[in-house]
Each structure stands twice: as structure tokens, then as C-alpha cells.
Design a protein around this ligand. Structure first.
Ligand code: 13P
Length: 279
């Protein structure tokens, strides 16, 4: 298949009210797990990496792997850069052929987030790429020295102004999800999501997709979420499988067992998000 862009994949998801998963990868096993799952379920999928994950997989190694796997897949696959903060990383991804990038200005004040997002949109758009921005803040990401970011709920009154002024193509919103493992069951603010959806027509993105119930996902998708980012659940599945089989299997078989665990989780998410059979 030709390489798809996130915009193409999410356009169909938005028109037909289903969600598409986004999964970060740091190695071939992860990439293969996501694409095998998408192919078996006949689902589109979005794969990629994030700035912080480049500490685990060099940009120049993981990028050709992501792009080549996406082009060889039997289903639509888009390659996206998640949570980038630096102009350099964003430019590298755009030049390498990522169809979309996320500029994460969620720690900046409102006007500064708009100013930088707008500059990046001006560069990405002529290159044929889309821009995801975050308004409010989905907490749980490392902010250095062991500090995790706190949630700041998206203000629905800002959403339209933010999208119009930045030219963002996809909007990540904060409605009660957090990155990583939840200390207690999250309670999502669905009415806030509906209010944002009322004012903004670009695809909405839910970060911190691990640990939510099927009902949470289904309600979010019904109310306008098109893309769901999932990472912690995938790696937890791999770690658990390695712990279960670690005594019995050698290294290469363990890698395969971990891949199969990540495949199982991706299949489960595809079925919950309703993207199966949409490829
Ligand atoms: P989780 O690790 O909580 O699934 O969040 C993933 C994410 O939002 C990546 O951007």
C-alpha cells in the first residue's frame, strides 16, 4: 500500500464515527505487532515514535523501519511523530517523510502555545504534513527529576480560537486521562468533550489511552474522539509475557512472545475502537 497520512485515516474515522489507535514503537517487534494486528483485523493504524523515545531507538534507525513497514502493509498505515518539543526533531521528522507531527506546547502559556504551533503549521502544511497540537494538558509525562506533569483540563472556550489561530489539523484534549498507569479509576469529563466537539470540527485526539474501560472508549468515540493513543498497556503486556515465560524461553523466542502479547493488545484495542474491517 502507499504510505497514508494521519489526515486521510482520521477523515474516514471521523466521517464514520470510529476510532483509530496510535501506537509508539522503539523496535521491530513493536512495529510488527501493530501492523500484524491491523492486517488481521483489516484496520487502519497509526504508528510512530516520540521525542523522548528517541533515547531508546535512534531516529535514523527507527524511521526507515517505520516507513518501510507502513509501505509494505496490506492496510492503510500512517507514520506520526508523537510529543515533540523541539523544532529540530519536528524538522527531522517532516524531512524524513512523516505524514504528521505533534508539537506539544501543553506546558507553555496559551499565547506561546499558539505562537509556536502556528509557526510549525506554516512549515508542515506546504510539506504535505499535518500538525497535532495539545490544548490543556494530559499529565503523567516525565518533566525531569522524577516530576510528572499534572492534568490541566482543556477549556472549551479556547478550543475554537486555538484551532483557528494555529491552523492545527488535529487537537489533543485533556478531559481526565493521564499518561501511564492510573492510581485510581479515571473519571472522564464527557460533557467537556462534547462542548469542544461542538465548536471544533478537526479530529480530536485522546492521549493516555491505557487503563480506560471499553465504555470510556466507546463514549469518547461517540462524542467525537477519532484517534486514541495507547502505549503503557502495550508495554505492560510485553513485560508480563516476558515475566511469565522468562525462565523457559531463550532470547529470540522471548522477543517473539513479547511481540505476540503486544499483538493481542492491539487486536483488543482495534475491536474496541471499531476500526476493524475499515481498511
Ligand atoms: P498511555 O501510555 O497512557 O497509553 O498514553 C500513551 C500516549 O498518550 C502517547 O502519546
Amino acid at each position: 500500500m502507499p504510505l497514508y497520512t494521519m489526515a486521510e485515516i482520521l477523515k474516514d474515522a471521523q466521517e464514520n464515527s470510529y476510532g483509530v489507535g496510535f501506537y509508539n514503537a522503539v523496535n521491530l517487534e513493536m512495529i510488527r505487532a501493530y501492523i500484524r494486528a491491523a492486517e488481521d483485523e483489516k484496520s487502519p493504524v497509526i504508528i510512530g515514535t516520540a521525542e523522548v523515545l528517541l533515547n531508546y531507538s535512534d531516529f535514523d534507525w527507527i524511521t526507515p523501519a517505520l516507513l518501510s513497514a507502513a509501505r509494505q502493509a496490506a492496510v492503510p498505515v500512517a507514520v506520526h511523530l508523537d510529543h515533540a518539543y523541539s523544532f529540530d526533531t519536528i524538522m527531522r521528522a517532516l524531512r524524513a517523510g512523516f505524514g504528521s507531527v505533534m508539537f506539544d506546547g501543553s506546558s507553555l502559556d496559551y499565547e506561546e502555545n499558539i505562537r509556536i504551533s502556528k509557526e510549525i503549521a506554516k512549515i508542515a502544511h506546504p510539506m504535505g504534513a499535518g500538525l497535532e497540537c495539545e490544548l490543556g494538558k494530559v499529565g503523567g509525562l516525565d518533566e525531569g527529576e522524577g516530576v510528572k506533569g499534572e492534568n490541566v483540563y482543556t477549556d472549551p472556550e479556547h478550543a475554537k480560537d486555538f484551532v483557528t489561530r494555529t491552523g492545527a489539523d488535529f487537537l489533543a484534549i485533556s478531559i481526565g486521562t493521564t499518561h501511564g498507569v492510573y492510581a485510581e479509576t479515571p473519571k472522564l469529563d464527557f460533557s467537556r468533550l462534547s462542548e469542544i466537539r461542538r465548536d471544533v470540527c478537526i479530529p480530536l485526539v485522546l492521549h493516555g489511552g491505557s487503563g480506560l474501560s471499553d465504555l470510556d472508549f466507546k463514549t469518547c468515540i461517540k462524542r467525537g474522539i477519532c484517534k486514541v493513543n495507547v502505549y503503557t498497556d502495550v508495554i505492560t503486556g510485553a513485560i508480563n509475557r516476558i515475566r511469565e515465560r522468562g525462565e523457559e524461553l531463550g532470547y529470540t523466542d522471548l522477543l517473539q512472545a513479547a511481540e505476540n502479547a503486544m499483538y493481542d493488545i492491539t487486536v483488543e484495542k482495534i475491536r474496541t475502537f471499531g476500526s476493524g474491517g475499515r481498511a
